[in-house]
Design a protein around this ligand. Structure first.
Ligand SMILES: Nc1ncnc2c1ncn2[C@@H]1O[C@H](COP(=O)(O)OP(=O)(O)O)[C@@H](O)[C@H]1O
Ligand SMILES: [Mg+2]
Length: 459
């Protein structure tokens, strides 16, 4: 073979291997949808020893919102050997594959971590950025005029010597940039390999864009599925609620009759007899059922509010007074310390009383062995337009995994609970233009209610 033939042969071999790479890339794109894997495959393919193109490759993706090129991934030749070729060496049918182990090793390599911390401002006055983002053309570090602007400064520490950059273009806009260099051998980056890189980058840009679109569609799909499930859940709850309400309505009258007659029996039976004990059990169970029915009916009733001026301090004091015997029975110490001031809110006194009674009852339920219940009343510190009421107990608090559910109707952890107390509380507070939150302390739960003071309501 003479020199001309030999040169021709080398040239053909190079072109063939480049074409093979491009084919393999197209096949890879068809089978790789996940962005993460795709980017590893792209960078590994151009740094792998068999392609013999570059020693390192770095990927930046454009963030439109913050107007920066964000470092996403870097692959060095040492970590690019794990590229597998699936489907033999038939260029038309083969594709690349990479193991999860190599992906995680590439991702946790020190150079990659350094790249991921790099953000390059998209400043059009920098020739490099102008060339990549606006002109959508490739450039070599030696050809660009400036190497000292802040933009070039961000790339310099990554690529000590000569480097080249190509834009990743999709739908007529630059979505990112590929940077390559040869730090080990310091071989010059040839025009040939750069032209190939440009071809490769055009495909890579489209593949990355498709993959990003796919993950956006997948996110939207997941959101839709969540929304649909929430809707179905809501519908199911609505149906259960309706059934519960009609049942409660049907049960109310006979229950009153049973309770009334059981009470009469109780009075007429001599105490200390077994019959007296039975009647006593009927009376207390009926009264428990009546309370439960009242909660179900309160929840199912259409909320109508009779707004008037209510003194919140007086309402809370009333609630505490009506629970005194319960506090004594449970050895619960209580304290109520309102800050000095006028605590008038525009609302429905009866419903607001229901709110605090429910919270107090829950706290008592949480402290069967006794404890401490502390209520406070203070002004919201920033604008002073709202009042903040807190109800704090020492009942051990609410398990973290349940906090999201406690305001859902029918959620209860109690043997005889209806799970409607907090749902009613929440609805009343929302109807009063307020909000309710809860958190745990070292000893128990705190419920914090914020209500607009009279004059600041949205009514
Ligand atoms: N102060 C509290 N301490 C601990 N858990 C609470 C407290 N208040 C409410 N919970 C939890 O929230 C659940 C729902 O309360 P609620 O809606 O009032 O229904 P119920 O009292 O019928 O169970 C309770 O079953 C309980 O698990
Ligand atoms: Mg309750």
């Amino acid at each position: 073979m003479n020199i001309r033939d030999s040169l021709y042969h080398t040239e053909s071999t190079t072109r063939l291997s480049e074409l093979t790479l491009l084919y393999q890339f197209s096949n890879t794109m068809l089978s790789t949808i996940r962005l993460n894997k795709l980017t590893h495959l792209i960078l590994t393919a151009i740094t792998t020893p068999s392609s013999n193109l570059f020693e390192r490759s770095i990927l930046f993706l454009r963030n439109e919102k913050s107007n920066v090129l964000q470092g996403m991934l870097a692959v060095t030749r040492q970590l690019s050997e794990g590229l597998q070729i699936i489907g033999g060496h038939d260029a038309l049918g083969s594709r690349w594959e990479i193991s999860d182990d190599i992906i995680s090793r590439q991702r946790s390599a020190e150079f990659c971590l350094q790249v991921r911390l790099t953000r390059i401002e998209i400043d059009d006055s920098c020739p490099l950025i102008h060339q990549i983002v606006s002109d959508r053309g490739l450039c070599r570090s030696n050809d660009i005029l400036c190497q000292n602007c802040p933009t070039c400064h961000s790339i310099k520490p990554l690529c000590g010597g000569e480097f080249a950059a190509v834009p990743l273009v999709a739908r007529d806009s630059t979505i990112g940039m590929l940077v390559v260099d040869n730090p080990e051998t310091t071989c010059e980056i040839s025009i040939d390999s750069l032209q190939f890189l440009q071809l490769f980058a055009n495909q890579a840009g489209m593949a990355i864009e498709n993959s990003m679109l796919y993950s956006r569609i997948e996110d939207a799909h997941l959101n839709l599925r969540d929304a649909r499930e929430r809707l179905l859940h809501g519908e199911r709850l609505g149906a259960i609620g309706e059934m519960a309400a009609s049942l409660a309505h049907e049960l109310k009258n006979p229950l009153i009759t049973i309770g009334g007659f059981a009470g009469r029996l109780l009075k007429s039976l001599p105490s200390e007899t077994r019959e007296h004990q039975y009647a006593d059990t009927i009376v207390s169970e009926v009264s428990r059922l009546e309370k439960m029915l009242a909660e179900i009916l309160a929840f199912s009733r259409k909320p109508t509010i009779c707004f008037s001026s209510c003194d919140l301090e007086e309402i809370i004091q009333d609630c505490l007074t009506s629970c005194v015997t319960m506090f004594e029975d449970h050895t619960i110490r209580t304290s109520f310390s309102p800050e000095a001031g006028v605590w008038t809110v525009s609302g429905d006194a009866h419903q607001l009383k229901q709110v605090f009674l429910n919270l107090i009852l829950n706290s008592c339920d949480a402290m069967p062995e006794g404890g401490e219940l502390v209520l406070t009343l203070k002004k919201e510190p920033l604008e002073g337009k709202s009042v903040i009421v807190s109800v704090e107990d020492t009942g051990g608090g609410i398990p973290k995994e349940m906090t999201a559910q406690i305001f859902n109707p029918f959620f209860t952890t109690k043997h005889h609970g209806t799970g409607l107390g907090l749902a009613i509380v929440n609805r009343i507070i929302l109807n009063h233009f307020g909000s309710i939150e809860t958190h745990n302390t070292d000893h128990g739960a705190v419920f914090t209610i914020t209500l607009p003071l009279a004059g600041y309501t949205g009514t």
